[in-house]
Design a protein around this ligand. Structure first.
Ligand code: CP
Ligand code: NVA
Length: 300
C-alpha cells in the first residue's frame, strides 16, 4: 500500500500506527528493532529542502536496521527529463520503498501508480500525511484521546492544513480553520472531509476559530513553492499570528503545534513557541517515531 494522502489510512489503521509509534518511542534503544527492516532500502526523493522529514526517514531506517538513500531530484536523471514512470519502475528494482517530497501532488500520485514498492508522500503541495501522524501522536500523548478534541488552524489553508482536515474528519475531531479570504483550504479536501463525516468550519476570524480549542496549530504563511507571493501573503496574513493574546481565547490547557520550520515573529511569536503550552519540539521528535510505524506497516 501507499501513503499518499492521510485518508489512505482508515481511522482504525491510524490508531494502530499511533499505538505502534508509542511503543517504538518507549523502546527506542531496544536492539530487537534493528531486525524490523534489516536488509531493506528506502529511496527518498527530494524536490524541495527538508530538515525533519529527511532526518526522520534516514534515522528511522537506520534504527529499524535498514538503509535510506537521499536522492535530490537535481542529481537524479529525473532532473534531466527522465520520466516519473521510468524512475518509479527502475527504483522498484533496487529498493523496498520510495518516499518523495514533490512540488506537484500529481508527481507522487504517479510514482505511486507505477512503483512496484510502497510510496510515501513526504510532502506535496496538497498534503503532508507523515506530519499529521506526528501531530496526532502528540495530541494523544497530551489528551489520551483524539475524538472530540477541537483543533483550530490559524493561517494558510495549505498542505499541512489539508491533511489535518482529513485526519480530523477520520478521527472524530472538530476542525475550525481561520484563513484570510482567498487563502482557505482546498475545496476538494473540504468536500472529502464532509464525505468522511467531518464538517470542517472555515472562518476568517482567528479569535472565533481559537475559542474553546484544545489544539491551536499554525504553519508558515509562505510555503515552499509560494515564494514569489511573499509580499502579498505577508500583507494578507498580518492578523493571523498565533500570539499570547490569541491563545487566551483557547482552553486554558490548550496546546500549540507547528510543523516547523517556523518564521518567528510572523505566524507565531517567540513567547508562544517557547512557552509552556507549546509541544512543538515533542511534535518534531514524534516525526521519527511515527514514521517508523509507517515504514514498518508499509515495508515489512
Ligand atoms: N515539518 C517538516 O516537514 O519539516 P521539514 O521541511 O524540515 O522536513
Ligand atoms: N507548508 C509548509 C510545510 C513545511 C514542512 C511548506 O509546504 O513549505
Amino acid at each position: 500500500m501507499n501513503l499518499i494522502s492521510i485518508a489512505d489510512l482508515s481511522a482504525e489503521e491510524i490508531s494502530l500506527v499511533l499505538d505502534r509509534a508509542d511503543e517504538l518511542k518507549a523502546r527506542r534503544n531496544d536492539p530487537k528493532s534493528r531486525s524490523i527492516l534489516a536488509g531493506k532500502s528506502l529511496a527518498t526523493i527530494f524536490e524541495k529542502p527538508s530538515t525533519r522529514t529527511r532526518v526522520s526517514l534516514e534515522v528511522a531506517m537506520t534504527d529499524l536496521g535498514g538503509h535510506a538513500l537521499y536522492l535530490s531530484s537535481k542529481d537524479l536523471q529525473l532532473g534531466r527529463g527522465e520520466t516519473i514512470v521510468d524512475t518509479a519502475r527502475v527504483l522498484s528494482r533496487f529498493v523496498h520503498g520510495i518516499a518523495a517530497r514533490v512540488y506537484h501532488h500529481s508527481t507522487v500520485e504517479e510514482l505511486g501508480r507505477y512503483a512496484a514498492v510502497p510510496v510515501i508522500n513526504s510532502l506535496s503541495d496538497v498534503e503532508h500525511p507523515c506530519q499529521i501522524l506526528a501531530d496526532l501522536m502528540t495530541m494523544r500523548e497530551r489528551f489520551s484521546r483524539l475524538e472530540g478534541l477541537k483543533v483550530a488552524w490559524v493561517g494558510d489553508g495549505n498542505n499541512v492544513c489539508n491533511s489535518t482536515i482529513l485526519a480530523a474528519a477520520l478521527m472524530g475531531m472538530e476542525m475550525v480553520v481561520a484563513s484570510p479570504p482567498g487563502y482557505g483550504p482546498n475545496r476538494k479536501i473540504l468536500d472529502q472531509a464532509d464525505r468522511l463525516g467531518g464538517g470542517t468550519v472555515v472562518v476568517t476570524d482567528p479569535v472565533k476559530a481559537v475559542r474553546g480549542a484544545d489544539v491551536v496549530e499554525t504553519d508558515t504563511w509562505v510555503s515552499m513553492g509560494d515564494e514569489a507571493e511573499t509580499a502579498k501573503r505577508t500583507a494578507a496574513f498580518g492578523r493571523y499570528q498565533v500570539n499570547a493574546g490569541l491563545l487566551r481565547h483557547a482552553k486554558s490547557d490548550a496546546i500549540v503545534l507547528h510543523c516547523l520550520p517556523a518564521h518567528r515573529g510572523q505566524e507565531i511569536t517567540d513567547e508562544v513557541m517557547d512557552g509552556p503550552q507549546s509541544l512543538i519540539l515533542d511534535q518534531s521528535e514524534n516525526r521519527l517515531h511515527s514514521v517508523k510505524a509507517v515504514l514498518e506497516k508499509l515495508m515489512v
